[in-house]
Ligand binder design. Structure first.
Ligand SMILES: N[C@@H](CCC(=O)N[C@@H](CS)C(=O)NCC(=O)O)C(=O)O
Length: 303
């Protein structure tokens, strides 16, 4: 029952009791809350396109997608031509991640997914953290080999993989995407997000980058998430008082000023400023020629 004495309701909605066996009630809200089902596997048969480069990336420019495009752009900037890639746009609202070709690479149906055609047979990759380690090892860079630094890099990489669901699935979901506002989950995930920002802030008070003096895949994994929190993700900068985290601000701006990071965050992006969106990337020249402002001005034509 709803409270009549200004006490907090025991259930939400008032009176709700979980049934003995949970049943899926179907779609549950706005566009970001309605894409999943409680089962895995493909919903339709469709092959994925392939381009000419060793790496075929199927992704979207969300923070999880940006981690990998930042790494690929960093590798290319460092002269590793073997990291050339085609980036194909996966529209997760439309359900591209459930096509048979995508599920064949990633049975979990989440972007990003990669196939490395430079190996025989081709190597399938899913989970952005796994991709960063794979690329770091393959090209021998951005993943230190020295014992203590390597361990620190992997610590902060795994920390990011473990914390993203609190930021996105928890805070972002309930603060920005859920069909209505609920105090309990917003309080819980705002608290957790601020706790994580504080963990990062204290660490960065004594460290230039996450693994110390060297820029690594740990920074590439964390920057898209925590950098976007600092730059008003979910319109929550004021709500979370992010400018209190001065060391996170320093690091966000430092990493964000790298050219490869600026390029990486544009790839597979289909939202925001059209000049910052490169929905598909097949060559370095696409950053000059095929951003959405230019494609749209030509009537949806890539060159
Ligand atoms: N742990 C995964 C998370 C990937 C993930 O959550 N991707 C989201 C977009 S950011 C997705 O593809 N969602 C589609 C869906 O849930 O169907 C990784 O880091 O690769």
């Amino acid at each position: 029952m709803a409270d009549t004495n200004n006490e907090k309701p025991a259930n939400q909605p008032p009176g709700y009791e979980p049934p003995e066996v949970w049943q899926w009630a179907g779609q549950d809200g706005g566009e970001w809350t309605s894409i999943n089902r409680p089962i895995s596997g493909p919903t339709h048969d469709q092959e994925l396109p392939t381009g000419e480069h060793p790496f075929q990336l199927y992704s979207l420019g969300t923070p999880n997608g940006q981690k990998v495009t930042i790494m690929l752009e960093e590798l290319l900037a460092a002269g590793h031509d073997g990291a050339e890639y085609d980036a194909w746009y996966i529209d997760i609202i439309k359900g591209d991640q459930f096509c048979s070709g995508f599920v064949d690479i990633n049975p979990n149906s989440k972007i990003p997914a990669i196939v490395d055609y430079s190996t025989s047979p081709p190597t399938k990759l899913f989970e952005s953290g796994s991709m960063l380690i794979y690329l770091g090892e393959k090209f021998g860079t951005f993943l230190p080999t020295e014992h203590y630094q390597r361990t620190a890099t992997l610590n902060w990489l795994m920390w990011q993989m473990g914390t993203a669901p609190f930021l996105g699935g928890g805070f972002g979901h309930f603060y920005a995407y859920a069909p209505f506002k609920m105090e309990y989950p917003i309080d819980r995930y705002a608290m957790e997000t601020k706790r994580l920002l504080d963990v990062l802030d204290k660490h960065l008070a004594d460290n230039k980058f996450l693994a110390g003096d060297e820029y690594t895949i740990a920074d590439m994994a964390n920057w898209p998430w925590f950098g976007s929190m600092m730059n008003n993700a979910y319109n929550a900068s004021t709500f979370l008082s992010v400018e209190d985290y001065t060391h996170v601000r320093r690091w966000t701006d430092l990493v964000g000023s790298r050219d490869a990071v600026k390029r990486g965050r544009m790839v597979n992006r289909g939202f925001g400023e059209p000049k910052e969106c490169l929905k598909e990337r097949h060559a370095a020249s696409d950053f000059d020629n095929n951003t959405e402002d230019k494609v749209q001005a030509r009537g949806d034509k890539r060159v």
